[in-house]
Design a binder for this molecule. Structure first.
Ligand code: HEM
Length: 161
């Protein structure tokens, strides 16, 4: 009888210690990628962002060759491999930068923007086009700030090249 009680006590103590340990473990913080909603949400944001860029007069100078390629393909962005390549590169770049499983396979930022002489004003306009898209999809300000901080860090590689 004494033995049985001891065994039960030990079992109870062990169970408590085990569950207690589990409960004390801090929940793994969710990556920015997960908080943004993963690849589907990021793709939707990028698609809207590209529409905003296409309609932004301040982007016309630098994006003229891309727009020409879309026009050459009957005005259908889905048929322009150049447009699709930029779209997929942006999804991969944002996915990777936010902690997702994607791997960015495009050019480095200096090479991609070389010769464009992008100004501060143009850079800010592009950021506004992105923010308009993030707002459209109700991305909370914490996640917007985190994403813009990561992308903003690329500015020295993009402006004035
Ligand atoms: C943080 C800001 C930016 C990011 C993350 C970004 C990202 C990219 C990426 C991933 C590419 C494709 C690279 C490749 O083809 O391998 C690209 C190309 C390009 N970017 Fe940016 N970019 C940024 C800012 C800007 C700004 C401010 C402008 C213009 C005002 C701009 C204009 C362009 C143009 C014109 C292309 C080439 C599109 C084409 O003709 O195919 N980018 N950018």
């Amino acid at each position: 009888m004494i033995r049985k009680t001891w065994a039960a006590t030990l079992l109870l103590a062990g169970t408590l210690a085990f569950t207690g340990c589990k409960k004390d473990e801090p929940a793994a913080p969710k990556s920015l990628y997960d908080r943004l909603g993963g690849v589907n949400a990021i793709s939707a944001v990028v698609d809207q962002f590209m529409l905003n860029v296409a309609a932004d007069p301040k982007m016309a100078r630098t994006f003229a060759p891309l727009v020409q390629d879309v026009v050459k393909n009957g005005g259908d962005p889905a048929k322009s491999t150049r447009f699709q390549s930029l779209r997929n590169n942006l999804i991969d770049q944002i996915g990777q930068a936010s902690g997702g499983p994607q791997t960015y396979k495009g050019k480095d930022m200096v090479t991609a923007h070389k010769g464009m002489a992008i100004t501060d004003d143009e850079f800010n306009s592009l950021v506004n086009d992105l923010v308009a898209s993030l707002n459209k999809f109700n991305v909370p300000s914490t996640e917007q700030t985190e994403l813009l901080t990561v992308l903003g860090g690329l500015k020295p590689q993009i402006v004035g090249k």
